[in-house]
Design a protein around this ligand. Structure first.
Ligand SMILES: Nc1ncnc2c1ncn2[C@@H]1O[C@H](COP(=O)(O)OP(=O)(O)OP(=O)(O)O)[C@@H](O)[C@H]1O
Ligand SMILES: Cc1ncc(CO)c(N)n1
Length: 279
């Protein structure tokens, strides 16, 4: 039996809905062996981020070395990275170990508005990490920061995906969770065509960690050898089920339900439609 292995390089969320915890739960649900490199420990619950403790660079490097020299991952993702120094150390090690199949979730702020990335680190993501990136998955506010342009329509979302792809990532997904239309559209651009993934919008406060879970599901599918577009499609179905069957715990932005995709037969009746738009 072949064991597929995935690595997350991200921050710990004590509340369990986002970050390392969401990623490992998602890997497990998708039958992939999960590993982690912790960049920061956050004191967090559904009401917000109450503290952030960044890990020393030597510790981040040592965690990556431990994995690179033994349990080599078939695919990996980054989430909360915090600072330029940590990003540089990670990019250097990813290059050294020739870790391919990298998914970058350019986490900048938590749902409650607290910053999870230094302002000067945004350029470091573009300069140091993008050259190794297979898929980058900004939400709308992150895509606005990365491009310096506001996004108010589907056309703007497509333009942002096009521009970010030209910076060096192989494939860009500009996620539509932050809009307010009745449907959510995630725009995928691979350098030659757009794929629009459209599904119902669920009106709920419980969307803490949606981006982490989505990018972890893509990473798990890549680790199993699935094609990029099929991996993104499964991830969209996984996160739709997790949001629709969310858990109603905590008094703020609650977590999604990481076992919904497996548990509920209905959860597999996805509303996601795929439309390809040639340039
Ligand atoms: N209310 C919703 N209904 C349906 N799908 C949603 C909803 N909100 C987000 N999604 C989906 O969840 C995935 C993550 O999108 P989103 O824009 O919320 O990411 P994010 O802001 O990076 O998440 P977070 O920062 O909380 O981890 C996307 O595939 C998006 O389409
Ligand atoms: C640790 C961590 N990573 C990512 C996010 C974004 O959802 C969060 N809130 N916390």
């Amino acid at each position: 039996m072949t064991i597929s292995k995935a690595l997350t390089i991200a921050g710990s969320d004590s509340g369990g809905g986002a970050g390392i915890q969401a990623d490992l739960k998602t890997f497990q649900e998708l039958n992939v062996y999960g590993m982690s490199v912790i960049t920061a420990v956050t004191a967090q619950n559904t009401k917000g981020v109450h503290g952030v403790h960044s890990m020393p660079i030597q510790s981040v490097r040592a965690q990556l070395d431990a994995i690179g020299t033994d349990l080599f991952p078939n695919a990996l993702k980054t989430g909360m990275l915090g600072s330029s120094d940590i990003i540089e150390a990670i990019a250097e090690r990813i290059d050294f170990y020739n870790m391919t199949q990298l998914v970058v979730d350019p986490v900048m702020v938590a749902k409650g508005g607290q910053k999870l990335l230094d302002d000067n680190a945004i350029n470091t993501i573009l300069e140091k990490l993008l050259p190794f990136t297979k898929i980058i998955t900004p939400n709308i506010p992150e895509a606005e920061v990365l491009t310096g342009r506001s996004i108010n329509s589907l056309e703007d979302q497509k333009r942002a995906a096009h521009l970010i792809q030209s910076y060096g990532a192989e494939v860009v997904v500009v996620k539509g969770g932050h809009g307010n239309s009745s449907e959510v559209v995630d725009v995928v651009y691979d350098g030659s065509q757009y794929t629009l993934l459209t599904g119902n919008r669920y009106h709920t406060m419980n969307t803490h960690g949606t981006g982490c879970t989505f990018s972890a599901a893509i990473t798990a599918q890549l680790a199993k050898g699935e094609s990029i577009i099929d991996a993104i499609l499964v991830a969209k179905q996984f996160i739709e089920a997790a949001i629709r069957e969310n858990l109603h715990i905590g008094s703020g932005h609650g977590p999604t339900n990481h076992w919904a995709f497996r548990e509920t037969e209905d959860a597999r009746i996805s509303t996601i439609k795929k439309q390809i738009v040639k340039l």
